[in-house]
Design a protein around this ligand. Structure first.
Ligand code: ADP
Ligand code: MG
Ligand code: MG
Length: 876
């Protein structure tokens, strides 16, 4: 393969091969912009190098050829003693990894060529400044010497003066000192051979792909570990020749607000990273107009060219050498979420992009960011710890250390933050009740993090500086700060910060808009942009979006957020609280009559639940899932109960004894794979029938009241068509009796259901993919057990790049989904298809659902706008 591309050979679409920097340098070159000539070594060469521990055959020759061509074009040789060509060797991966990788400037200088450079430029100071920079950068990056050694040596000579004040003799002395450092630390001389310098620098750039900080950054940003970096060899231009030279960075518009204008910094008589390194105070870019009007005007015109060409905000690095402007880098610039929405609309207004493209210029993640409440930036804050930013948002409340207490206080109207070392499924009630969750253990895939994200609840996890004592109801933070139950804390799930006391919170205007409380025409530019993009998104998406909701309040909110129905109404919450008693009666029933009595008592309560939900979702489909979890979840904990009975001895109540028997009888080694879902319906006579009757009667009552209820009945955990047929028969009879029509369908969450979908579709009006269970059962691991146990190891090993519970695993689980879609539709072309697992609110998974041909996704109310947007992004 071809490993080296001249800047004139590449273009912006070759990022995979040339990296972002190389592809865009080529693009600018082809646009006729002033880019110093050079060439790019491909990421493929890097991958080969990393894999085999050496450069691929032919690379050295190919580089030599391109360097030769460059030398001929420039009329001088690399490091030529009397008039040296100098180059930079720059890293540049497909995705920008700011500051993570390496770059070496002024390659080609040595004791002879520094004299040549001095003579040619007539500027001795500049030549020696460039030479000392080379040794410094090369020493640190290529030779791996601690950079502080060079910094300290520089500081010693410089004192309190600025670096530009150093004279020729001082710089000359510094070069000697630097060479001494190299000698001492590596046991050899600084390599003076220009070609050797270049070779070593190229390898160092390859190696920097696997530097620790680069690995960390990639993991954080979910950049694949195996892409490798390209290497750009670029003719040097010099911003450090004197006051008529300099270097700067610029944005074509404000990356914070999206406003058009002149944004950037400029530094006179400086090279490379001096601007960002903050060694001297930079000037605002506007000042350049005064310093060098011609270059300034040219820069503005180039910025306009770039914006029009890329049709997006660009950021730029440039250098001015004695009044001549050079472009050194550009890319489509990062921006805040708010700016992304504004810019997309501004570009549409300018006619640079159409609304379809505007929709692709923003993301669901950005929209989600705009929806979280935030701490007022002006507020005073007392930070006591920092953990991982597990689930964004800003939460304030009293610290509470157990789930029951959290629920108690929340029920009394208090805001609480649930603080635990780590959470487990027993904490769910407390997590729901709390404004936010704080843990001292566990990472971004810990139970706390995953559950909190699913609920849209603020969460900081793994704040390891905190010593949490649940028993003593308090935690200790560094510096002896003690927070006891009832003390107020504030947690920022967007940054991971933990504050003592109350930090004031602001509501997000975007949520107020979705709630219907803010008119998009009322002047808030961000809200107007969000409104405009969402309106277009809704007109373009094929996927419908439904909500996972099981009470009237959530249903109503979901509807305001744009839900087109409920895709998953769980019924198990309806068996909790003071209804537990009735469930116990049901389980303890010894005769059919006793059992029926318990069911009869539950039915009106269920019916009331459904009435409220049907009313909130009037005219829209509501998919009710019949009870799914194993029954012991509704019974007391086995150990607690056994202790109670044992302590009471002969005095133990008859009821407790019977309960304990029942708990023992229902105990399962693997409840996830045990008596649950449709199996319950088949084993416990009357249970599903009671639920269906409650649904049917609620629907009939709503209809009689003039409403338009649209119930759909969903049977969980079906693996064989026979299971579904048995339940369906009974269900249809009850519906007929009540004079109510409803679709009857099933979840596809057991692999066997997906594999026999063609048969199952005979008895199902719809499928809803329950991808939480389907993921657990396909991988054979339980989410509650494995995330803390070994997921971080799996992520490290690259077995998956992101937890399959967060983003649907296309290759495995996704394949089952596709099989079920295809075979289900073959049996029943009008089969309705949806997804109701966590994945229904995950952007990447929504794109999969679109491609797989589903009809809708269902997600938590808070994620609905995100899903609407991502469904459109998948479609345009
Ligand atoms: P990064 O990706 O960290 O920005 P770069 O490869 O862009 O690293 O280089 C670091 C700095 O050196 C930048 O300020 C860049 O503009 C400057 N630079 C790189 N190559 C040259 C060159 N050939 N001439 C002058 N300055 C250069
Ligand atoms: Mg850098
Ligand atoms: Mg750069």
């Amino acid at each position: 393969p071809k490993y080296v591309y001249d800047f004139t050979e590449g273009n912006k679409d070759l990022k995979d091969l040339l990296g972002g920097k190389g592809a865009n340098l080529a693009e600018m070159t082809n646009l006729g912009l002033p880019v110093p000539p050079g060439f790019t070594i491909t990421t493929e060469a890097c991958r080969h190098y990393l894999e085999h521990g050496g450069v691929p055959d032919g690379l050295v020759e190919e580089v030599a050829e391109h360097l030769g061509a460059l030398e001929r074009a420039m009329g001088k040789r690399l490091g030529q003693a009397d008039d040296p060509l100098l180059v930079s060797v720059r890293s540049g991966a497909k995705f920008s990894m700011p500051g993570m990788m390496e770059t070496v400037l002024n390659i080609g200088l040595n004791d002879e060529s520094v004299q040549g450079l001095a003579k040619q430029s007539g500027n001795e100071r500049f030549a020696w400044d460039s030479y000392r920079r080379l040794i410094q950068m090369f020493g640190k990056t290529v030779l791996g010497i601690d950079g502080d050694l060079f910094e300290e040596a520089l500081d010693e000579v410089k004192g309190s003066r600025e670096d530009t004040a150093l004279g020729v003799e001082e710089l000359r002395g510094l070069v000697e000192t630097y060479k001494g450092i190299v000698r001492e630390k590596t046991g050899r001389e600084f390599p003076s051979e220009p070609r050797e310098q270049m070779q070593l620098a190229i390898k160092a750039v390859f190696d920097s792909w696997n530097a620790e900080r680069a690995i960390l950054y990639r993991r954080q940003e979910r950049i694949p570990a195996d892409l490798g970096t390209a290497v750009n060899v670029c003719t040097m231009v010099f911003g450090n020749t004197g006051p008529d030279s300099g270097t700067g960075v610029a944005f074509t518009r404000d990356p914070g607000s999206g406003q058009q204008g002149i944004y950037g910094d400029y530094l006179q008589n400086a090279q490379g990273e001096d601007v960002v390194a903050g060694i001297r105070n930079t000037l605002p870019l506007q000042e350049l107009e005064r310093i060098d009007k011609r270059s300034y005007d040219e820069l503005l015109s180039i910025m306009e060219t770039l914006e029009n060409h890329y049709r997006d905000l660009c950021d730029i690095e440039f250098t001015i050498e004695r009044g001549k402007l050079w472009m050194l880098q550009t890319r489509v610039g990062k921006r805040t979420a708010a700016a992304a929405f504004r810019i997309a609309c501004q570009l549409a207004d300018q006619g640079l992009i159409d609304m379809d493209e505007a929709v692709t210029r923003v993301s669901g993640d950005q929209l989600a960011q705009l929806m979280f409440p935030r701490f007022a930036s002006s507020a005073e804050k007392n930070q006591i710890a920092k953990g991982m930013n597990a689930s964004p948002g800003a939460a304030v409340g009293k610290a509470v250390f157990d789930s029951a207490r959290a629920q108690e206080l929340a029920a009394a109207g208090e805001d609480v933050i649930l603080v635990r070392r780590e959470t487990n499924p027993d904490d769910l009630g407390g997590m729901i009740a709390a404004r936010g969750v704080l843990t001292s253990r566990g990472g971004k895939t810990s139970h706390a993090a995953v559950v909190a994200r699913g609920m849209g609840k603020t969460c900081v996890c793994g704040a390891e500086e905190l010593d949490v004592s649940v028993k003593e109801k308090r935690f200790t933070a560094p510096g002896g700060v003690v927070v006891s139950e009832g003390d107020v804390i504030s947690i920022d799930g967007t940054s991971g910060a933990v504050y003592l006391g109350e930090v004031p919170v602001e509501d997000s205007p975007v949520v107020r808009y979705f709630e219907g409380g803010l008119d998009p025409a009322e002047g808030d530019e961000l809200v107007a942009a969000v409104h405009r993009i969402m309106t277009h998104a809704d007109s373009r998406r094929r996927l419908a979006v439904r909500a996972n909701a099981d009470n009237p309040e959530d249903s109503a909110r979901a509807r305001r957020f744009g839900a087109q129905g409920i895709g998953l109404c769980r019924t198990e919450h309806m068996f909790l609280g003071d209804r537990r008693q009735l469930v116990e009666d049901l389980i303890l029933a010894e005769t059919p009559e006793e059992r029926q009595r318990a069911l009869d008592a539950l039915e009106p309560l269920q019916k009331a639940d459904f009435l409220g939900i049907f009313e909130a979702m009037d005219g829209l489909p509501v998919t009710v899932r019949l009870i799914d979890p194993p029954l012991h979840e509704f019974l007391p904990d086995m150990t607690d109960l056994a202790v109670r009975v044992a302590l009471a001895g002969d005095g133990a109540s008859e009821k407790d004894r019977r309960l304990l028997d029942a708990v023992r009888r229902l105990h399962e080694q693997n409840p996830m794979l045990g008596l649950r879902g449709v199996r319950l319906g088949l084993v416990i006579p009357g249970l599903f029938a009671m639920q269906v009757r409650a649904i049917a009667e609620a629907a009939a009552e709503r209809r009689a009241a003039g409403g338009d209820p649209r119930p759909e009945i969903m049977i969980p955990l079906v693996g064989a068509v026979q299971e579904l047929e048995a339940i369906r028969e009974e269900t249809e009879r009850i519906l007929r009796e009540a004079g109510v029509e409803a679709l009857v369908g099933t979840m596809i969450e057991v692999p066997r259901a997906a594999l026999t979908a063609g048969q199952i579709a005979e008895a199902a009006d719809f499928f809803s993919f329950g991808t939480n269970d389907l993921t657990q059962m396909t991988w054979g691991f339980s989410r509650d057990d494995v995330e803390a146990a070994f997921f971080s190891k799996y992520l490290d090993l690259g077995i998956f790049g992101v937890s399959p519970f967060e983003t649907l695993d296309r290759d495995g689980v996704g394949r089952l989904v596709r099989i079920a879609v295809e075979e289900g539709r073959a049996t029943r072309p009008d089969l309705k298809l949806g997804i109701c697992g966590e994945h229904g609110g995950d952007p990447e998974s929504i794109h999969f659902c679109h491609e797989a041909g589903l009809d809708y996704v269902s997600c938590s109310p808070f994620r609905i706008p995100v899903a609407r947007l991502e469904a459109a992004r998948a479609a345009v």
